[in-house]
Ligand binder design. Structure first.
Ligand SMILES: Nc1nc2c(c(=O)[nH]1)N[C@H]1C(S)=C(S)[C@@H](COP(=O)(O)OP(=O)(O)OC[C@H]3O[C@@H](n4cnc5c(=O)[nH]c(N)nc54)[C@H](O)[C@@H]3O)O[C@H]1N2
Ligand SMILES: Nc1nc2c(c(=O)[nH]1)N[C@H]1C(S)=C(S)[C@@H](COP(=O)(O)OP(=O)(O)OC[C@H]3O[C@@H](n4cnc5c(=O)[nH]c(N)nc54)[C@H](O)[C@@H]3O)O[C@H]1N2
Ligand code: SF4
Ligand SMILES: [Mo]
Length: 732
């Protein structure tokens, strides 16, 4: 038995693993106890890695469609043939319609991404879009505009108060954030949880605020007002390091505890008690939670208000507080921003980015302003804003252009590490768009419902079959490849380089494989990828109050409580609460027909979004899609545990099984997201049952549901109706 070091990539943290290998085959995978970050831990999903590597449904060869789209008839082809044909078609479409005719859809960061950006910049298309519009990236871009970087290195265990705000870490981040929160608790920190559901964290919290979904911005503004009015803010910091305080004061003036109570449905005393607990127990941290990013119309300003709160409370860059990227050698390493080659796409092509008229802050104009402010800081001092994170076309506008040909024809798309039919809202429109494409290329581990509509499908290598340089603001890990790629599986780098070489980009892809790219990235620190892998990686060094030396990476060099970048781009420079379009308050007539508040997508183990559905051990744990409702609600609706129910919004209907839970408020329902059934027919009309239980059939994405600054769409804070399924499925 041979033991080789590798890593897990079934979600973000890249936990270190040991592969136990017999006759060239992995037979067992355990956590690597010497890994400096994960220290031997792997989560229940990581334990499914072995099943994933050798799963019989894995794609092992490129496929070319031979029947009609979605008919399920494929021909196995070589990589060379597939790349030649795709590149030929792309050249032709670019000739006919311009480079902007090619779009890209991405999921949550699962592969290198800069390779995609590089290819698109060189090809000349600004139209890469995907889930970043709602996942962390609104916070990322907004925090850059507010204080010149994103808080990602917070010292949660050292905090005296942790606010778990719209975050379900016990289920979503069981190896990283959750143990840190529990460690802080053990060290005596106060714990405040703000969540419509009584999560595991809420059960042990000092205060749990069961907020009405979609109203967090009002609560944030209420806290800010309370802290200002009662003179509890950090005077020195506000005076020396912020701009716009007087404007902020007026902007929050009306958010009295009484008004906030009315909006959020929280008791006045609890609102005040929680704000006092937060401000009187410094250092305090508010880790990122998707519960804020996924609420649509208020999402962007939630991120702004959270940033403002952290700043005026004096929690930025102090020990145990909210820290940015760490200092030291890692600042010298060539990062994604360096590799993306954003300077190579022309201003004319940038201007064609779909959605950038509606949402300039999240397109090239906002990214350019964030980048210009960042460049005033010394090199390597603060991570530069990466375009793949914060410079996107808007998915709704891309889908519309594919369907209508307006404002110009979008005829081709690449999807890589994403399942757009399950991840994006308004599945109905996404489906229509994918069907309308002249050329659709997908690279994935499995034939997903989205891949089933493709013209070419490329097989992706598992993380253990490829190396990765995992550069985060806190550390840089060299994650070693454990085994040779199986069959014809390859990396995303191989796909983009392969296309690039065939489309006149030879000079810009000098490195034959991704390891050579990493050697190039590490040159400034004098190490090769393998040398770094031998020592696992480089950890950043904590330094505090670095702004005292260089200021903040914003246009004013200070924390912009009133954002000049937002103002220049026509977005509200100070937050103001908006009532969601569908809500008991915003649309009482609709609420009579759809009486429950709908949240979707609360994370659960072991599934990761649409993944693991084909892995037997995972399906044994969660065989069917579940909608959670309170027992009192179920009783009123005549529903019992395990019943199949129909969940409807004005946008669509799906079916899921009822799970009774008193963790959720009786006025709410929580549907799991991203459900499809790999065991079902792979061709249309069933398409693996992708329309049957998929929460995004329920979620709208029209402009009035989205945040006006970024276009973040709602996966939460909606309205629905739940009924018992009238007849067994299929007999309807
Ligand atoms: N209703 C609702 N919808 C949501 C959400 C919600 O809460 N509610 N959450 C949203 C959020 S935050 C996110 S991030 C998105 C996630 O959206 P996605 O990232 O699209 O979700 P996944 O299903 O994890 O991944 C999509 C595909 O990528 C493949 N894949 C994974 N790793 C790799 C890789 O390394 N290479 C390649 N080529 N393929 C890979 C998987 O097999 C899978 O088919 O969903 C969003 N959609
Ligand atoms: N098991 C598992 N883990 C995952 C993922 C997965 O698919 N499965 N996906 C990964 C990805 S890409 C992401 S982005 C993270 C997200 O991880 P988290 O930030 O934990 O996000 P969620 O679980 O979507 O939602 C967090 C909480 O927000 C609450 N919530 C819903 N609406 C609102 C609201 O309006 N206000 C407030 N305050 N709370 C609300 C929900 O009840 C839920 O408890 O998880 C990552 N980890
Ligand atoms: S948390 Fe679990 S799934 Fe994610 S990388 Fe670590 S072991 Fe893998
Ligand atoms: Mo996400």
């Amino acid at each position: 038995m041979e033991i080789r070091r590798s890593y897990c990539g079934l979600c973000h943290p890249r936990c270190g693993t040991l592969l136990h290998i017999e006759d060239g085959k992995v037979v067992k995978i355990t956590g690597d106890p010497d890994h400096p970050i994960s220290r031997g831990a792997i989560c229940p999903r990581g334990r499914l890695m072995l099943d994933h590597i050798y799963h019989p449904q894995r794609l092992n060869h490129p496929l070319k469609r031979v029947g009609n789209k979605g008919e399920g008839r494929w021909q196995r082809v070589s990589w060379d043939q597939a790349l030649d044909e795709v590149a030929g078609k792309l050249a032709n479409l670019r000739e006919r319609h311009g480079a902007e005719t090619l779009a890209f859809t991405h999921g949550t960061k699962r592969t290198y991404h800069w390779d995609c950006r590089r290819f698109f910049n060189l090809f000349g298309s600004p139209n890469t879009c995907g889930v970043n519009t709602i996942c962390m990236c609104p916070s990322y871009a907004t925090e850059y505009a507010t204080y010149g970087g994103m808080i990602l290195g917070s010292e949660v265990p050292g905090a005296r108060c942790v606010v778990v705000w719209g975050c379900n870490a016990s289920k979503s981040n069981p190896v990283g954030l959750y143990p840190q929160i529990m460690q802080a608790r053990k060290n005596g920190a106060r714990l405040i949880v703000i969540d419509p559901r009584r999560t595991k964290e809420a059960e042990v919290a000092d205060i749990w605020l069961q907020i009405r979904p979609g109203t967090d911005l009002a609560l944030l503004l209420g806290w800010i007002r309370h802290i200002i009015v009662n003179d509890l803010y950090d005077h020195d910091f506000v005076a020396n390091w912020t701009v716009g305080f007087e404007d902020l004061k007026s902007a929050v003036d009306s958010y009295t505890p009484e008004k906030v109570s009315e909006i959020t449905s929280l008791p006045v005393e609890d609102i005040v008690k929680a704000a006092d607990m937060y401000i009187s127990n410094r250092p305090a941290v508010i880790p990122f939670g998707l519960g804020m990013d996924k609420q649509g119309v208020n999402a962007t300003q939630c991120a702004r208000a959270r940033a403002i709160l952290r700043a005026i409370a004096g929690n930025l860059e102090i020990p145990g507080g909210e820290t940015f990227s760490l200092a030291g050698e890692i600042g010298k390493i060539r990062d994604a921003e360096y590799l993306e080659l954003n300077e190579r796409i022309s201003p004319e092509q940038r201007a064609k980015q779909l959605g950038s008229n509606e949402y300039p802050f999240f397109g090239f104009p906002g990214w350019e302003m964030n980048s210009a402010a960042n460049k005033k800081l010394p090199p390597g001092y603060m991570a530069a804003p990466e375009a793949w994170h914060s410079c996107l076309a808007h998915a709704r506008e891309v889908m519309k252009a594919i369907i209508t040909g307006e404002p110009y024809p979008v005829t081709a798309a690449i999807t890589l590490a994403n399942n757009p039919l399950l991840a994006l809202p308004n599945t109905q429109q996404v489906f229509k768009a994918l069907q309308s494409l002249e050329l659709y290329v997908v690279m994935d581990y499995y034939l997903t419902p989205s891949a089933a509509l493709a013209d070419y499908v490329f097989p992706a290598s598992t993380t253990v079959e490829q190396p990765e340089l995992w550069l985060t603001p806190g550390f840089c890990m060299a994650c070693p490849q454990g085994i040779d790629p199986i069959e014809q599986r390859r990396t995303s780098y191989d796909l983009y380089r392969g296309l690039g070489l065939r489309l006149g980009q030879e000079k810009d892809w000098p490195w034959e494989n991704v390891e050579q790219v990493y050697d190039h990235c590490l040159e400034p620190v004098g190490l090769t990828f393998r040398q770094l892998a031998d020592q696992y990686g480089i950890l950043g060094r904590r330094e505090y109050r670095r702004y005292e030396q260089f200021g903040f990476g914003t246009p004013s060099g200070k924390v912009e409580l009133k954002s000049s970048i937002f103002e220049k781009l026509g977005a509200a420079p100070l937050p103001r609460y908006r009532e969601p379009l569908w809500s008991p308050v915003g649309s009482p007539d609709l609420a009579r027909e759809y009486p429950l508040i709908l949240i979707t997508g609360s994370r659960f183990m072991p599934m990761y979004h649409s993944e693991q559905r084909q892995i037997e051990k995972a399906r044994q744990q969660v065989p069917d899609p579940l909608v959670s409702i309170h027992p009192d609600t179920a009783k009123k609706l005549g529903l019992s545990e395990g019943d199949w129910a129909v969940i409807s919004t004005p946008h669509g209907s799906i079916r899921q099984r009822v799970k009774l839970s008193d963790a959720i408020h009786p006025s709410m329902a929580d549907t799991q997201h991203s459900w499809w059934f790999p065991e079902r027919a792979p061709n249309l009309p069933d398409l693996f049952g992708v329309f049957e239980s998929n929460a995004n059939m329920l979620c709208p994405d029209d402009p009035e549901f989205c945040s006006p600054e970024i276009g973040s769409w709602p996966h939460s804070a909606l309205l629905c109706r739940i009924e018992k399924e009238a007849a067994p499925h299929g007999a309807r």
